[in-house]
Design a protein. Structure first.
Length: 264
């Protein structure tokens, strides 16, 4: 059930909505000169087309422009992380563990290397999953309760986003650099008596996880992750890189802000 604040903000947002657009109001706010500002979004075909920034009272252009980068940044990062957490929660652990439980005695060196690569892949997935669980707990049990976000929350969200990018990059790096070995491992498993104990989806997963090297390489490039020998250094390097990458994006979104009539 919506509270009175959300009802009022939705009423304001609907006045700015165009025909065929969906509208939503984020539950968190950013304080500007003692006034809480909330972000509303307008969507068409599940794609964002514009935003607006509302208070319970009257809005001020200068205050909107202060709230916008903070609320927009937070919404972009939290939205991506939440979608990621949902997607990964739908992948059963058995997809990773069952193939690794099958003995590979007398297998070729390539199959052994493929199993080792898949085991390393699984180690990264466990770390990745734990990070997303930590993010989900932080968002649901902290952010959504107090609703007032600050610079500290932006820093935490950036750190989660950087870790997510790095873990995705590490995953793709294994699958592209050792994809043939992992495929050899999968082919070996297919000829074992234990193969029949795997479900159809588990078989599909192990056989297809390292297929499509070209697309995976494109995805790696799109992540735009900077490498470093030390993990902590890599996190710091990509944290600064994330800020620079997103600065122009957030500023570019200003042209799509919708203002209430008569805003001062």
């Amino acid at each position: 059930m919506w509270d009175q604040t959300t009802k009022l903000l939705m009423k304001k947002a609907k006045k700015q909505r165009k025909w065929t657009e969906g509208v939503f109001v984020n539950p968190v706010f950013w304080m500007v000169n003692g006034t809480p500002y909330y972000m509303a979004g307008f969507t068409r075909n599940n794609q964002s087309v514009a935003t607006a920034y509302f208070t319970i009272g009257e809005e001020n252009v200068d205050e909107v422009l202060i709230a916008q980068p903070n609320l927009s940044y937070f919404a972009d990062l939290s939205g991506n992380l939440s979608r990621m957490a949902t997607d990964r929660a739908n992948i059963p652990i058995s997809y990773y563990t069952k193939p690794l439980d099958i003995p590979i005695m007398n297998a070729s060196p390539q199959v052994q290397q493929g199993r080792d690569a898949f085991a390393h892949f699984w180690e990264i997935q466990q770390t990745f999953n734990q990070m997303l669980q930590d993010y989900t707990a932080y968002y649901n049990d902290d952010v959504l309760i107090r609703k007032h976000i600050t610079d500290t929350d932006l820093s935490k969200m950036k750190k989660f986003a950087v870790l997510a990018d790095i873990y995705q990059y590490q995953t793709l790096k294994i699958l592209t650099s050792q994809g043939e070995d992992i495929q050899a491992f999968a082919a070996f498993l297919e000829n074992t008596k234990e193969w029949s104990s795997l479900s159809r989806q588990e078989k599909k997963f192990i056989k297809g996880i390292a297929v499509g090297k070209e697309n995976m390489q494109k995805n790696m490039e799109a992540l735009d992750v900077l490498e470093a020998n030390d993990f902590d250094q890599m996190v710091k390097l990509n944290y600064d890189h994330l800020i620079n990458k997103n600065k122009s994006i957030i500023e570019g979104q200003r042209q799509y802000i919708r203002y209430p009539k008569g805003i001062s």
